[in-house]
Every structure is written in C-alpha cells, then in structure tokens.
Design a protein around this ligand. Structure first.
Ligand code: CAA
Length: 405
C-alpha cells in the first residue's frame, strides 16, 4: 500500500514551525547574516517550542512526533533560512538520534533528555583539519586511563561549536587498527570538562548567521560511562548518525528549492520587460518549471526516507540519494532564482543572493556530492552492501513515542 497523505499532526507541526521561522527569525536574518553572528534568541525559542526534541519520544523529553515530521520541520526551517535547519542537522540528526540509536538507557536519560528538552545543545565532532571525507584518517585519540579516557584532538567545521554543551566526539582508541576505521570510538564530551575549548570561524561563503567553528580537546578526562557504544564501533556510529543528518539536510535543501521557486514566481509576476511580466517569457517559465520539478523530486526522495525510518528500514542508500539530489538541485535552483531576479538578485536586497551562498555548503558537508556518487555507483555495481547493525535506529512506534514512560 502506498499512502502519500500527511496526517493532521504532521501538518500542524510543520505549520507551527513555518510561523515561527517567518515571524520570529525572518525579520532579522539579513542583519545577522551581515554581522556573521547567530541570533541569540534562535536556540532558546527552538527549545521552548519543542523543535529541538520534535521526533524524540516523550519519555526522553521530546514531543513524540515521527521521523516524517522531522523532515517537514527541516523543510520549513530552511524555507526561511539554512542556519535554522543546520541546528536540527547537528543537534537532532547527528547527535540526539545517535544517542536514541546507540545510547544505553542511562545515557539516554543523562544526555538525550536534556537535549530533547532544549536544556542542552548538541554538536557532532567528526571532521578534523586533515580528515573530512576520509573519516578514518582522523588523528584525535582516546587513551584508556582507569575508569576514564584521556582525549586529545582538534575538530573543525563543527556546527554549533561555540554554542553546544554536548559534543559527540570521535577518536581513535586503537591508532594502529587495520582497517583504520575499526580503531575509532565515540564519546560524549561535555563543555564543562577541563581542556575543552572552542571558537567560531568567520569569513564563510554562506550560513553566516549560523555558528560554525572548531573544538579542541587537550588532555580531556572523559568517564568511560560517556563512551557511546563499544570500543571500535565509532565509525559505524558516525555513519549511522550521518544517515540521520543527511535526512535533515535533504529535507532542508528541499525547503531551499521551494524558497527559490516561491520568490522567483512572485518576482517574475511583478517585474516587467519588453512590455509584459517576465513570467510571460518562455525562458523564465522554463526555469520555474525546472524548479517545480526539482522540488517535487527532492520532496519525494526525502519523504521516502522518512517513511523508511518510521518503518525501521535501513536507508543508507536512499538517504544518500536524497541528500545528493536535493543539495545539488538547491544550488541549481538558487542559481536560476538569481538569474530571474537579474541585477537585483546579485545584491542582498533580495533573499535569493543568500539562498545561493547558503546552498553551496550542503554540497560539501555530510558527504560531498562526489562521495554520494561513489556510494550510489557502489550500490548499483553490487560492491556496496549494508550489513545489519548491533543497534538499529528504532522504528517509530506511536505508543512508545507518546507514552510518558
Ligand atoms: N551505518 C552503519 N554502518 C556503516 C554505514 C552506515 N551508514 N556505512 C558503512 N558502515 C560500516 C560498513 O558496514 C563497514 O562495516 P565492517 O567494518 O563491519 O565491514 C564499515 O562501516 C566500513 O564501511 P565502508 O567500507 O563503506 O567504509 P569506507 O571506508 O568505504 O567509507 C565513505 C565510506 C562513504 C567514504 C564514508 O567514509 C563517508 O561517508 N565519508 C563522508 C563523511 C562525511 O559525510 N563527513 C561529514 C561530517 S559531518 C559534518 O559535515 C560536520 C557538521 O557539523 C555538519
């Protein structure tokens, strides 16, 4: 049975988020984008509205919605500004959902519950100055010392680096392991641990109203109770977190395509050349038609993934396709939207200039388009096959999700 309808609850959650983003964030977004700073009200308001725990079970402080709702929420957030969706990618997709999947019951109470309530903000520390696509090349280390680990390392391009309280940190517990990815282990590092420092990176092309930075661990003592999963399981944990992060990126990029389309339709109907609205010129119509096609395809691709997550079906292949398609096409849509706006699209008087800059980063982070093409080719050729995991992302079960616990 195929059912494309959305429930009233899913639509109401999306509507609530749409209003929040349009009324509370949009009016100041240009100001913060120019200042290259994050609006300080954004995280507390997202927490207050329950967005930071939208699809986490109520028993862990969340709102108990399903994974499709998470996608819809990300689409609405990025319809207004990419920086809002980036918050969900790291706080929810890459961190909280990883704890939901791999954390012990005690770790869920200790880390997931305050994150879902928005009392603590969460980030994902995988990438390093010398290790991006090639995750296993990381140099961060974790050495066992009694009941603790001593962590050293530098992480780079970390969203919410200076805002987060909890960092899901990946380090080598066995730097000599072969293959190298088998030596990686995951930990929850918290900001209050001595030796943790962070800073923001300025001068980025896009997502300027977001927080992106570096985090360092200098002999940070982390209790073994903060180890997520077993020693050596870190690579799989990171990859499964990326299966969730990529979902939020795909859904968000779909929202960005919608932003390009809606703004372009409006402008094309207002702006006149050669005696008629530019919407009446066939080459402008062609661009609008493309954007609608890209939006429909991107939305169907991410909703398929949301459905698979709800059923508890592994979706590494499908989410890679959704992320690759949506981010590549959001960049194309932004390029066409600027073209439709002409010289006005080249200045920040209109939003399409920001859409173009904001769309670019997503083609790099959470797997470059080249990595996704290699993955897709691997599946097609039968060289890449997904193995069952010790802990799979739990299927959405409304009874469990909505029970007080
Ligand atoms: N879930 C769980 N396990 C997985 C998995 C997944 N999605 N993908 C692979 N694995 C497992 C495999 O089953 C395999 O297990 P065994 O050791 O038991 O055989 C193991 O992990 C190794 O898998 P691969 O052989 O597929 O690994 P690879 O070395 O070929 O690497 C890769 C694959 C696709 C290149 C991968 O390294 C990759 O996706 N790289 C990109 C990383 C990335 O997206 N980085 C972005 C960081 S986040 C960010 O951008 C920061 C931010 O703040 C936004």
């Amino acid at each position: 049975m195929i059912d494309f309808s959305l429930t009233e609850e899913q639509l109401a959650a999306a509507e609530m988020v749409r209003e929040f983003a349009a009324k509370e964030v949009y009016p100041t977004i240009k100001e913060y984008d120019r200042k290259q700073e994050m609006n300080p009200d954004v995280l507390p308001r997202m927490a207050e509205l329950g967005i930071l725990g939208i699809n986490i079970p109520v028993r862990y402080g969340g709102q108990g919605f399903d994974y499709i709702t998470l996608g819809l929420v990300c689409e609405e957030l990025e319809r207004v500004d990419t920086t809002l969706r980036v918050v969900m990618s790291v706080h929810m997709g890459l961190n909280s959902m990883g704890i939901l999947q791999w954390g012990t019951e005690e770790q869920k109470q200790r880390f997931l519950t305050p994150q879902a309530k928005g009392e603590k903000y969460a980030a994902f520390c995988l990438t390093e100055p010398g290790a991006g696509s090639d995750v296993a090349a990381m140099r961060s280390t974790a050495r066992r010392d009694g009941d603790d680990y001593i962590i050293n390392g530098e992480k780079m391009w970390i969203s919410l680096a200076t805002k987060a309280d909890h960092f899901l940190w990946f380090a080598k517990t066995d730097p000599n392991a072969q293959p190298p990815h088998k030596g990686i282990t995951a930990f929850m590092v918290t900001r209050d641990m001595p030796g943790v420092t962070s800073g923001d990176i300025h001068g980025k092309l896009g997502v300027r109203a977001g927080s992106t930075g570096w985090v360092h661990c200098d002999n940070v003592r982390v209790p073994a109770a903060n180890r997520i999963g077993e020693e050596g399981e870190g690579f799989k944990i990171a990859m499964s977190c990326l299966d969730n992060g990529r979902y939020t990126v795909a859904a968000g990029a779909t929202g960005l395509i919608r932003a390009c389309l809606e703004d372009s339709v409006k402008y094309a109907q207002e702006r006149h050349t050669f005696g008629k609205p530019i919407a009446q010129h066939q080459l402008v119509q062609q661009k609008l038609a493309w954007m609608q096609q890209w939006y429909d395809c991107a939305r169907l691709l991410y909703l398929r993934v949301g459905w698979m997550k709800n059923q508890g079906i592994r979706n590494t292949r499908e989410v890679s396709m959704a992320k690759w398609y949506a981010t590549d096409h959001s960049f194309k849509a932004a390029h066409e939207a600027v073209q439709i706006h002409g010289a006005y699209g080249y200045s920040d008087e209109y939003d399409v200039e920001r859409y173009l800059r904001n769309s670019r980063g997503a083609i790099i982070y959470e797997g470059t388009s080249e990595i996704h093409q290699l993955m897709q080719a691997g599946y097609v050729l039968g060289e890449r096959k997904d193995k069952p995991l010790r802990c799979e992302l739990p299927a959405y079960d409304p009874e469990f999700w909505q029970a007080e616990g």
